[in-house]
Design a protein around this ligand. Structure first.
Ligand SMILES: Nc1nc2c(c(=O)[nH]1)N[C@H]1C(S)=C(S)[C@@H](COP(=O)(O)O)O[C@H]1N2
Ligand SMILES: [Mo]
Length: 321
């Protein structure tokens, strides 16, 4: 279903789910205002990057959405990890607004028969867009529920025709220290090697849950959440979901990725959400849901066990953490 203005909605269009969402939005709006978190007129603001065009229409037709309240837009867009800008979440969300997301290209290369460099708007218009509401669980033990808009990564990978040697997919974020202060070699906030790099096994990459997101809450994705295009792999810790991608390479060997190379004992290549495998410095058994009080148990594969457990049959998840 594409977004309709209220006047266009007829009774027959209103499903239980619409009712649920509207009620949910109402509850959140009310709670936020009651707590004084949002000033008048601010709650509905969805500022787009001045250079980014409006998002094409999208559908909401999948069966993956959790029956859980969405995390408010204001939290999703300010509680952001984006080390290229800052190690401080709020500061990163502010500084990322400077990122120029047009012109932008994404090259897809390596073990493929039809390598191609896509203009970002061509890429956004190329595959049908859909909303996917996913839990996002950061390795730091907080979580959110995010209404992404995007398309399955599998569509892009199939379109470039991988060879039989393509066993992994490697991703890279833009490397531009002039725009991204955290990439300056003299900046001491982070010891990551730039550009930020991530990777998936090919079967994980073409899994139907794995998407490239270009939108959030019905609008073009804000810079701080990874504009113009970012990966979302909902059963893995958030650091796998690499932002502001410029290069996708299909490769034969497991790629070197940012966090495991920075701290081998602390972060693994797989990074599947697992309450039984603790980080060496903290427990992963529980998580804090941003915008709600208390803690809740963390679920194996972030609650996507039914969809993804088969990918890891016979693997020791303690060794391959
Ligand atoms: N390029 C890049 N991608 C990144 C990060 C980053 O610092 N740089 N942080 C990761 C981490 S640790 C998390 S938890 C998620 C956060 O996504 P969000 O800010 O949209 O919630 O992005 C991931 N992708
Ligand atoms: Mo994270």
């Amino acid at each position: 279903m594409t977004i309709k203005r209220p006047a266009e909605i007829r009774t027959c269009d209103i499903t239980d789910r619409d009712f649920f969402e509207n009620r949910r939005a109402f509850l959140y709006g009310g709670a936020a205002l009651a707590l004084g978190m949002l000033g008048p007129g601010v709650s509905q603001a969805r500022p787009r990057s001045p250079t980014a065009p409006r998002l094409p229409p999208y559908t909401k037709t999948n069966s993956y959405d959790p029956v859980e309240a969405l995390t408010p837009y204001a939290e999703i867009t300010t509680h952001t990890n984006f080390y290229e800008f800052s190690g401080n979440k709020r500061r990163a969300s502010r500084l990322a607004k400077r990122l120029r997301t047009r012109p932008w290209t994404v090259s897809v290369e390596g073990e493929v028969r039809r390598p191609k460099t896509f203009d970002i708007d061509e890429l956004i218009g190329r595959f049908p867009l859909e909303e996917r509401i996913y839990r996002l669980r950061c390795v730091e033990a907080w979580s959110m529920v995010v209404p992404w808009i995007g398309f399955p990564l599998a569509r892009l990978i199939k379109s470039v025709e991988p060879t039989s040697r393509a066993k992994f997919v490697a991703f890279e974020t833009l490397h531009d220290p002039k725009q991204m202060p955290g990439q300056n070699p003299r900046w001491l906030g982070s010891s990551l090697d730039w550009p930020y790099a991530e990777g998936l096994r090919i079967d994980e990459a073409v899994h139907p849950l794995t998407i490239l997101a270009v939108g959030l809450y019905g609008e073009t994705i804000p810079n701080q959440n990874g504009a113009p295009i970012r990966l979302v792999v909902p059963w893995k810790y958030g650091f796998k979901s690499i932002k502001s991608i410029v290069r996708v390479r299909l490769v034969e060997e497991q790629p070197v990725t940012s966090w495991p190379s920075q701290a081998t004992r602390e972060y693994g290549f797989y990074a599947n959400v697992n309450p039984d495998v603790n980080h060496p410095r903290w427990s992963q058994a529980h998580e804090r849901r941003i915008g709600t009080p208390g803690k809740r148990p963390t679920l194996l594969f972030n609650g996507y066990h039914e969809q993804v457990a088969d990918l890891y049959r016979g693997m020791d998840l303690r060794k391959n953490f």
